[in-house]
Unconditional design. Sequence first.
Length: 141
Amino acid sequence: MSILAWWLVTALVLAGLEMATGTFYLLALSVGILPGALVAWLGGDLALQLIVAAIGCLVSLGVIRHWKSRLIPLQTQRDDDRGQRVQVESWIDATHARIHYRGTQWDAELATGESNAEPTQYYYITARNGTHFTISRGTPD
């Protein structure tokens, strides 16, 4: 089997493996090694083939990375929970509570300036940080 055939078989194997992952990175490597196959077809020595294939892989990975960053912009955290009414299940301390929301219990903290000196049963979500909510007596602005 010629070295050109090895390059082409390797490209096909990488493209086939890409079908299982769906990330496009193996496809980029598959396309990236094709210049190495071209150098082999033109009669270049193995060192030149490897160098050209490595450069081709780096370029194709850079193109994929750039394409994905443009295609999928950074998603800001959606704040659909803001303004939702929650029920305080129990107070952990003066500013932290366990709340009942969406059928389960969550950790919550009173918003700055809020006090539980006169606790009420219902509070409103003013912010979310991961799985931790900030709550206040009134609805957020």
